[in-house]
Design a protein around this ligand. Structure first.
Ligand code: CP
Ligand code: NVA
Length: 306
């Protein structure tokens, strides 16, 4: 059975650490490691992407492999070929499939029929490659992950919130989430994250007051209020999310030396303001760069851990 990376808790704490350590080494020596020599990676996108697409393509090349980037909207998948049949065929051509799609159950179906690793490049529920890069960035800035407090402000039911809960808990972090009523994290994911946190010495807390939530926090994390696919769902996000905007006043209430993360793309002036994006406390550009290093480490690990 190949290993897949469909959600953050697919990695044990030790495996997550191993991948983050490798990511640090690859950042220091980007062109020294070529485990994908003679191998191919298909990266399929059913939603828009800048960072994920480019960082996977460049990363595979740096690891000595070949990538095939496919617009999923042009595949036979869109004409009723099943996900499982697509997976069986791709398994005959390439060594890893990377997929950005909608429902998590779609990528689970891809993995169920694959004889090669399948990597989640964002679903409606999880964005685990992003959170690997986020963890790498937090460790760079704060020197450790275990015991660090990160507060997520925004849509608690979206992919970033869910992945931060699971990935942060795996790293032994204290994860706080503040979201408006009706946008809370999924109960089963909160349960899984809490269980993981109990094993690692971390903790999971859901709060409703943003000021209390950022008090003593080492990292503030936010994301768009409207994720891809939610543009026309008719829900009023602006009035309920306004109090969760990450700006200089909110950052002032966090712990000394606190940093700000945003997976990007940012909607300046909405969920985040220029006075926290374009200042030294902002780690968002390192965070974006670290997608490359973290994904290279992940791919290297997956192809060498059958
Ligand atoms: N953060 C992120 O996944 O960016 P893209 O949507 O541009 O890939
Ligand atoms: N939550 C966002 C993340 C974008 C990288 C979305 O799904 O659109």
């Amino acid at each position: 059975m190949p290993r897949h990376f469909l959600r953050d808790d697919d990695l044990t704490p030790a495996e997550q650490r191993e991948i983050l350590d490798l990511a640090d080494r690859l950042k220091a020596h980007p062109l020294t490691h070529r485990p994908l020599e003679g191998k191919a990676v298909a990266a399929i996108f059913e939603k828009n992407s800048t960072r994920t697409r480019v960082s996977f393509e460049v990363g595979v090349a740096q690891l000595g492999g070949t990538s095939v980037i496919v617009d999923g909207r042009t595949m036979q998948l869109g004409r009723e070929e099943t996900i499982e049949d697509t997976s069986r065929v791709l398994s005959r051509y390439v060594d890893v499939v990377v997929w950005r799609t909608y429902a998590q159950k779609r990528i689970e179906a891809m993995a169920s029929a694959a004889s090669i690793p399948v990597v989640n490049a964002l679903t409606d529920e999880f964005h685990p490659c992003q959170v690997l890069a986020d963890l790498m960035t937090i460790r760079e800035r704060h020197g450790r992950l275990a015991g660090v407090t990160a507060t997520y402000l925004g849509d608690g039911a979206n992919n970033m919130a869910h992945s931060l809960l699971l990935g942060g808990a795996t790293a032994g972090m204290h994860i706080r989430v503040v979201s408006p009523v009706g946008f809370e994290p999924r109960t089963d994911i909160l349960g899984d994250a809490t269980k993981r946190a109990e094993e690692t010495g971390g903790s999971i807390t859901v709060l409703d007051d943003p000021h209390a939530a950022v008090d003593g926090s080492d990292v503030l994390v936010t994301d768009t209020w409207t994720s891809m696919g939610q543009e026309n769902d008719g829900r009023d996000r602006v009035s309920s999310f306004r109090t969760l905007r990450v700006d200089a006043a909110l950052l002032d209430r966090a712990a000394p030396g606190a940093i700000v993360l945003h997976c990007l793309p940012a909607h300046r002036g909405w969920e985040i303001t220029d006075d926290v994006l374009d200042v030294p406390a902002s780690a968002v550009w390192d965070e974006a760069e670290n997608r490359l290093h973290a994904q290279k480490a992940l791919l290297s690990w997956l192809v060498t851990h059958p």
